[in-house]
Structure formats: structure tokens, C-alpha cells
Design a protein around this ligand. Structure first.
Ligand SMILES: Cc1c2[nH]c(c1CCC(=O)O)Cc1[nH]c(c(CCC(=O)O)c1C)Cc1[nH]c(c(CCC(=O)O)c1C)Cc1[nH]c(c(C)c1CCC(=O)O)C2
Length: 341
């Protein structure tokens, strides 16, 4: 039994004394202790060493006090396991030396044995569960097939992922083949995470908002739906689509336990689109954590009141930025924790 089960209860839509709070990318670069480890070990070493991944995962629980932990790892370990080379270049971010642009590239991507290729993630989950000592739940995650596809084809981060979109529209059959391979791998990967002990999973569709509503259904959502169908009802799934407010109504009927909302969609619109039927998570503008602390506290409470106390998980609308002072992150978390109805 998890001692602080607010997050799991909110996912079930149960009545709670206050909403739970966590922050996307909470195990990361705004924490001074994380930066110390970053000096000593490169990115994928941190991901591949269960002791390091565990140490980083529990940092925000002890130092910021969030109500859930999210495993330190990256969405790009999945293409790595599929035989697609991925590097993390300091100052640039993800870098794929051989982006996929043709049939040869698609054929070279394999659906791996996840236990062989990603066993280090499962070891990290088991070790983290021990370290957390059932204090708070542990979230496992994966990128959406579309978001992974974006990196595999574009070869690096991008403002518009033009090459990834061009591949979809000029070679749709090949694009769908690759998306399906990523989906099959992701389903096996997440099932393994559940077996290893995660309490919920979040699928990050960080670049879904690059697509028109129609293309979103074709190239992103149908694959997200496959993942949700494969995992439920064993484990709650949070579907987060950055810039995907236009799909919220459709997503609310998917069987997901909760939907992530970014800060460009108001709480009222998100509730209306989802007909008040599902738990929503979000949506504080990450840059607003740079405001003075009293303003952060006021805005966090306002956000809570607008979403409502129940069927709600307080969070940012996207990942926390590296330049956020830790006491500002703490002020955000505490404003939610001090809420009294
Ligand atoms: C698109 C995406 C990636 N990775 C991820 C996403 C989806 C979420 C989102 O949209 O923000 C997901 C991710 N990446 C990381 C986590 C850890 C857990 C957590 O959320 O706290 C999670 C959930 C660690 C990380 N992943 C990365 C870092 C920073 C690099 C480092 O520590 O050396 C961390 C802490 C590297 C990474 N990884 C990725 C990028 C674009 C970058 C470089 C730029 C950046 O940092 O934002 C791909």
C-alpha cells in the first residue's frame, strides 16, 4: 500500500482532500544535486545505471516534496533499443547520426526483445521502488509513437519537425510502418515497466501539436489509442499531448485515466471539451515559475480553483525549465499542498 495515494486516487476520479501535485521533468536540471551528477556522468550513463537513475528519481521527492515520482530516463531509449543510434549532445540535445528517410532505414528498425535491450530500465524501477519505500507512487513513461518518430526522421529537435512531416506526407506507407514498429515496441516496453512495479504510466506526445487535427488522428492518436487499449485496465494511463487541445474531446473517450493539458488551453475550455468526465492534469506555464513567489502561489491556487479540487492533478503545462530556482518550484508545490477546501 502506498502511503500518499492522492495521485492514484485522483487518477480514479475519487474525492480527495486536496489535489496531488508533481511536475513534468521534475527529475532534472533545475536541481543542483542533479547538476553535480551531470558533471560526472554523461546522459545515457545516468539512464543506464540503476543506482544513478534511482538517486535522481528520488531527489525531487525529498527536495521539493511532490506527491509522485517519475523515473529518471528518457523517451529516446526506445529508438536506441530499436537499433536506431541516438546521442545526447551537450548544448544541442538529441542527435541521431543516421535519421530514417527511406525504406532501408525503416527496415533496419527492429521491434526488440525489451527485456534484453531495456533491462536496465526495469532494474532502475525495482531499485527506485525500494528507495521510495511506498511513500509516493512511481510513474513510468514513454514518448508517443509520433513524438519518437519525429526524432527518428528529423534527426534532432526542431521548431516544426518539417522533415518528419514531409516523410509522412510523401511516404505515408513507410511512415505508418515505422510508427507501428515504434508502437509495438512501446507497448512491450510499458508492459515491462508495469511488471517491474510502476504505479501509473504517462505517454508524452510532446510534438502532437505540430499536426493538423486530421493528421493528428492519422499519424499520432491512432497509435496512442493502441497503447491505451493494450495497457488498460491494469494500469492508469495519462495521455499528454502538447498543443493538442483540439483533440481533448476525442481523447476523453479513449479509456485513458487522465489527460494532460498545456497552458494555452484554459481550465474551463479543457473541462468543457472533456464534458467534466475525466481527470485533467496541468497546466501552469513553466515560465511562470520565474514570477515572484507570492505571484506563483496566487496563480497556482487560481489554477486549482478553476480546474476544481477533484478529478485534478496539479502540474505544469510542460517540463520544468532548467533556470527555475528550487524555492520557486517548492512554492508552486506547497501552494497546492497547503490548499484547504
Ligand atoms: C521530448 C522529450 C525528450 N525526453 C522527454 C521528452 C518528453 C517530455 C517533454 O516534452 O519535455 C522525457 C523525459 N526526459 C527526461 C525525463 C525524466 C523524468 C522527469 O520528467 O523528471 C523525461 C520524462 C530526462 C532528461 N532528458 C534530457 C535531460 C537533460 C540533459 C541532461 O541531463 O544531460 C533530462 C534531465 C535530454 C533530452 N531529452 C529530450 C530532449 C529534447 C532533451 C534535451 C533538451 C532538454 O533537456 O529538454 C527528449
Amino acid at each position: 500500500m502506498i502511503k500518499n495515494d492522492l495521485f492514484l486516487r485522483a487518477l480514479k476520479g475519487e474525492t480527495v482532500s486536496r489535489p496531488p501535485v508533481w511536475m513534468m521533468r521534475q527529475a532534472g536540471r533545475y536541481l543542483p544535486d542533479f547538476m553535480k551528477l551531470k558533471e560526472k556522468y554523461d546522459f545515457f550513463t545516468r539512464c543506464r545505471t540503476p543506482e544513478l537513475a534511482t538517486e535522481i528519481t528520488v531527489m525531487p521527492i525529498h527536495q521539493v516534496g511532490t506527491d509522485a515520482a517519475i523515473l529518471f530516463s528518457d523517451i529516446l531509449v526506445v529508438p536506441q533499443a530499436m537499433n536506431i543510434e541516438v546521442e545526447m549532445k551537450p548544448g544541442l540535445g538529441p542527435w541521431l547520426p543516421h535519421p530514417i528517410r527511406d525504406k532501408k532505414g525503416v527496415d533496419a528498425a527492429v521491434v526488440p526483445n525489451v527485456y534484453e535491450e531495456l533491462g536496465y530500465v526495469y532494474d532502475a524501477i525495482k531499485l527506485t521502488k525500494e528507495a521510495l519505500n511506498d511513500e509516493v507512487p512511481l510513474i513510468g513513461f514513454a514518448g508517443s509513437p509520433w513524438t519518437i518518430f519525429c526524432y527518428c526522421v528529423q534527426g534532432q529537435g526542431s521548431k516544426n519537425f518539417d522533415k518528419a512531416k514531409a516523410f509522412c506526407f510523401s511516404e505515408p506507407e513507410l511512415a505508418h510502418q515505422l510508427l507501428q514498429k515504434i508502437t509495438d515496441t512501446t507497448i512491450a516496453y510499458l508492459k515491462g515497466k508495469v511488471e517491474a512495479g510502476v504505479d501509473a504510466v504517462q505517454v508524452f506526445d510532446s510534438w502532437g501539436g505540430m499536426l493538423s487535427p486530421e493528421d493528428y488522428q492519422t499519424f499520432s492518436w491512432q497509435y496512442m489509442q493502441q497503447i491505451i487499449d493494450a495497457l488498460r485496465p491494469d494500469i492508469p494511463v495519462i495521455a499528454f499531448g502538447k498543443g493538442c487541445w483540439f483533440a481533448l474531446e476525442h481523447m476523453s473517450k479513449s479509456g485513458a485515466a487522465a489527460l494532460g493539458v498545456d497552458w494555452t488551453c484554459s481550465p474551463e475550455v479543457a473541462r468543457k471539451l472533456t464534458n467534466n468526465s475525466i481527470t485533467l492534469q496541468g497546466n501552469f506555464d513553466p515560465s511562470r515559475l520565474l514570477s515572484p513567489i507570492p505571484e506563483i502561489e496566487k496563480m497556482a491556487l487560481e489554477m486549482l480553483n478553476r480546474f476544481g479540487k477533484d478529478k485534478y492533478i496539479a502540474n505544469l503545462g510542460h517540463g520544468i525549465l532548467p533556470n527555475i530556482p528550487v524555492d520557486h518550484a517548492k512554492a508552486f508545490v506547497n501552494a497546492i499542498k497547503n490548499y484547504e477546501s
